[in-house]
Design a binder for this molecule. Structure first.
Ligand code: FPP
Length: 226
């Protein structure tokens, strides 16, 4: 049987380098990166087999960046989400944030919750943005919530308490580095990993299509034998 693609996760790296290579400010790369998010999401929504696309948009470590860049990303996200609503609705895409959004301004939290609510009835692809997300933080929050509810910590209960329990089938990182950067570590236990030199603003649906085709040829054993 050909491998099923239910969950694709992407570390969108290389925005800053893309902008600098063109003599532009780093944040211009984030702007272009946001456009690519739309192209890739729409492409995934057409592939009915793909249920979820999780994109690493802001990590728990990204607060270390200069205030100017953090502020720019927050503003970009807020405006982008509002503009994106008709695209979600037209394409039957549900929007869902993962991560600890309580770390954001009340205004941004409201925008995130509003778009989640307005796309709740969408039945196609779920686009999940990882926002103030880190895998270690996610696991700690999950364990704490189990303890608070007096639920025994088991593999099943912990998995259920995570922000998302859907296993990742394909994990892609753009920008040339080969690391996971605290992204969906639990969910990616058996993910197939794809690293590309392409900087995120240059990533295209064609490149994703070719990754999907390569994924189909892989023999996945999940620790067992063929
Ligand atoms: C990594 O590039 C990218 C990020 C830290 C943020 C990802 C954000 C976007 C794609 C745009 C915003 C998204 C939405 C949905 C509005 P980098 O800055 O680390 O690039 P570099 O490695 O070249 O410095």
């Amino acid at each position: 049987m050909r491998n099923e693609i239910r969950h694709i996760a992407i570390i969108m790296d290389g925005n800053g380098r893309w902008a600098e290579a063109q003599g532009k400010k780093r944040v211009k790369g984030h702007e272009k990166g946001a456009e690519v998010v739309r192209d890739i999401t729409t492409f995934c929504s057409i592939h009915k087999e793909i249920e979820r696309l999780t994109l690493y948009a802001f990590s728990t470590e990204n607060w270390k960046r200069p205030k100017y860049e953090v502020d720019f990303l927050m503003k970009l996200l807020d405006g982008w989400l509002k503009k994106e609503l008709p695209i979600y609705l037209e394409n039957d895409i549900r929007f869902k944030a993962i991560g600890d959004i309580s770390g954001f301004s009340t205004k941004l939290q409201k925008t995130i919750q509003d778009i989640e609510k307005k796309t709740l009835a969408c039945k196609g692809l779920t686009q999940s943005l990882a926002l103030n997300y880190g895998s270690k933080d996610e696991v700690i929050r999950a364990v704490k919530s189990l303890i608070k509810q007096n639920i025994e910590v088991t593999e099943a209960s912990l998995e259920y308490a995570l922000d998302t329990s859907m296993p990742v089938d394909i994990l892609i990182r753009s920008g040339g580095d080969k690391r996971l950067s605290n992204f969906l570590l639990w969910q990616s236990a058996y993910a197939e990993l794809f690293f590309t030199e392409t900087l995120w603003p240059d990533f295209t649906p064609d490149e994703l299509q070719s990754i999907l085709e390569n994924f189909k040829k892989i023999e996945r054993r999940f620790g067992g034998l063929k």
